[in-house]
Each structure stands twice: as C-alpha cells, then as structure tokens.
Design a protein around this ligand. Structure first.
Ligand SMILES: [Zn+2]
Ligand SMILES: [Zn+2]
Length: 351
C-alpha cells in the first residue's frame, strides 16, 4: 500500500498558541508501526503546557506536537513487526524507554533516563493524523473496547499504577484528593481492588457530583478549608483515618491534608504536580511512619487496563463529556480548561 505523504499535526508553539502544520509522513523503521490516529484525550499535563508553558519540571522550549492519550489503527508495519497487522486497532502507550538500562531490565522502564514520552518537551506527541511509534508500545484493542476507551487507557494506567503502589487491598479506606478523570479512575480502581470506602475531595461541586455518580462513598468540598480542617472532616466522614492518601490534583494544601489525615504506617501517593518544593511536616511524617511515594507515569499497566475495560469492570465511557475534531483544537483546549463547561475528559477525534 502507498503510504500517506503528509500528516496534519497540532503543534504547540507557545502559550495558548497551537498551529496546524503539515509534516511529511516517514515510513516505519524496524520495530515501528505507522498509525492513523483516531482519538486523543486532553490531559491535565497537556493543559499545563498549553496554559503555562511548563508542567512540573518540564518546560516547553521549542514547538512540539501536543497529545499523549491516543488510540489509532495500524496502517503500515516496519521490518520485524510480528504481533500486529495492518488494520489492527491499538492503544498507544506514549512512553518508549531504551529497553537496555538496569531500570528497564527490572521493569521500571518509566524511570529510564532515556525514555521518549509523547508531548513531554522536546518529544513530539501524537495529536496528528499519522504517527510513528514503537510496535511493542502499541496494544491491540479487543473488539468490545472503543477507540475512545483506547485513549482512556493512558489515564487508567496511571490509576492502576497508583493503586498498586498504594497497596490498596480488601477493606482499605482510601482518601483521593482531586475529582478529575485521574481521581475518578483511581477511585474505580481502588474499589475493584477491594477498597471498602473511598472519599474524594475537590473544590468543584460538579466534579464531586460526578464522583458520587461513579460510586464515591463520601465526597467533600474543601474550598476555603485549611489542610487541618480538611483532614479532620475526612476522618469524621470515614469514621476512621484512611489507610492511604492519593494527591491527584497538584495542590500542596491537599498533599498536607493527606499527610494529616492518613493513619500511621500509611502510604501517600504523589500523583498530581504541586509546587516544586512544598513545605512538609517531616517530623510528623517520621513519627507516623508514613511512606511518601512518587508516581511518574506507570510501567506494565496497559495490558491490565485493557483487560479491565474489556471485562466491563471499568465503566468509564461516560467520562468523555466533550468531543471535537482535529480542526477544532483551540475549542477543545478552551473547553477542557474552563470550569463552566463542566468538562471531564475532552476527546479529539482525528479520523
Ligand atoms: Zn495523561
Ligand atoms: Zn532504559
């Protein structure tokens, strides 16, 4: 088959400045596949690059194709690709590591120093018509998993990784700060791992009502509350101190509330990206023997996330509240960032 010659790409050139560009399509090399991108979700990190030009310690310096939560169809195979065929529908795991270093070799490839992750500067993302990717980081979707769900595998992988690092188990009581898509996916994952009670906090009543619809046992609006006040309310509502606290909103106040609320010996998961050097009560962390765990993306979670979706145990389709086409990228980003839109996950349909 003749390869397409050009691909329309959404290039983030600066703050709130996305330009559509035609770029040449390259033929897939060894262990690569060329994909026709189908659906791309907008993530909190995409919004940070778009609105502020940075996310955590990563800064946009040169124009970069945005987008990393994607699914698509295989249109061409490079030499040596055996596990995929032209026409296969796949979820695209956006981070490709070196596969050679000691961290890669023990399976912690998310920590590989040479990982190339879509739309983390300077690596281009995949909000484009066509996209070349490592074949071993493309995962075939079962026929009952849609392209949109295929794109949602990315934030679901974060949720699975977070809950496994939190050691959620039967009867766990869980505090989740942040009722965005990652917070809600984390709640659903914690429940399916046996958590008996999950409380979600946020400052947005609409987002909290969505968490309730998805089965949160308690919700708490923490707007205007100090960390101490929020922690006390969490413990009152649960009737106990939570076993673990997951900071999924990038707020230092929320992180401190996790530390204050959690029972001694608990795990605190740093999922959101708050300030670079938040003030933390180290002596309290020490005497409560809390374990603070960083979360940097995920590793080995795509197959599990796809199985969960295919089994019907993760009813998350309705998290997609808004849909746009590739030529409406500005509208899509404006909708995703506005509180009034009540958007949860905004999806861009490329084909
Ligand atoms: Zn994401
Ligand atoms: Zn490596």
């Amino acid at each position: 088959m003749d390869l397409p010659k050009e691909s329309q790409c959404a290039v983030l050139c600066g703050i709130k400045d996305i330009k559509m560009e035609q770029r040449p399509v390259l033929a897939p090399g060894p262990n690569e596949v060329l994909l026709a991108v189908h659906s791309v979700g907008i993530c909190g990190s995409d919004l940070k690059y778009w609105s502020h030009g940075y996310c955590g310690r990563f800064k946009l310096t040169d124009p970069m194709v945005i987008g990393h939560e994607a699914s698509g169809t295989v249109v061409a195979l490079g030499p040596g690709v055996k596990h995929l065929d032209v026409g296969d529908r796949v979820a695209i795991e956006p981070g490709v590591p070196c596969r050679m270093c000691s961290l890669c070799r023990v399976g912690k490839y998310n920590l590989c120093k040479d990982v190339q992750f879509c739309a983390t500067p300077p690596v281009d993302g995949n909000l484009s018509q066509y996209y070349l990717h490592a074949a071993d980081f493309c995962f075939k979707l079962p026929s009952n998993v849609s392209y949109e769900e295929g794109a949602l595998v990315e934030p679901l992988a974060v949720a699975l990784y977070t809950c496994s690092r939190a050691e959620v188990s039967l009867g766990s009581k869980v505090l989740i700060c942040g009722s965005g898509p990652v917070g809600i996916l984390t709640m659903l994952t914690a429940k399916s791992m046996g958590a008996s009670q999950v409380i979600i906090t946020d400052i947005d009543d609409h987002r909290l009502s969505v968490a309730k619809q998805y089965g949160a046992d308690c919700i708490l609006n923490v707007k205007g509350l100090s960390s101490e006040e929020a922690a006390k309310k969490v413990v009152d509502l649960l009737g106990a101190e939570p076993h673990c606290g997951m900071e999924c909103c990038g707020s230092d106040i929320a992180l401190l509330s996790c530390i204050l609320a959690c029972r001694p010996g608990g795990n605190i998961l740093l999922v959101g990206r708050g300030s670079l050097e938040p003030k933390l009560p180290v002596s309290l962390i020490s005497t409560k023997e809390l374990t603070l765990k960083g979360i940097f993306r995920y590793a080995n979670m795509y197959p599990k996330a796809i199985s969960m979706l295919s089994s019907g145990q993760m009813p998350i389709k309705d998290l997609v509240t808004h849909r746009f086409h590739l030529n409406q990228v500005d509208d899509a980003f404006n909708t995703a960032i506005s509180r009034e839109s009540c958007a949860m996950k905004v999806m861009i349909h490329v084909s």
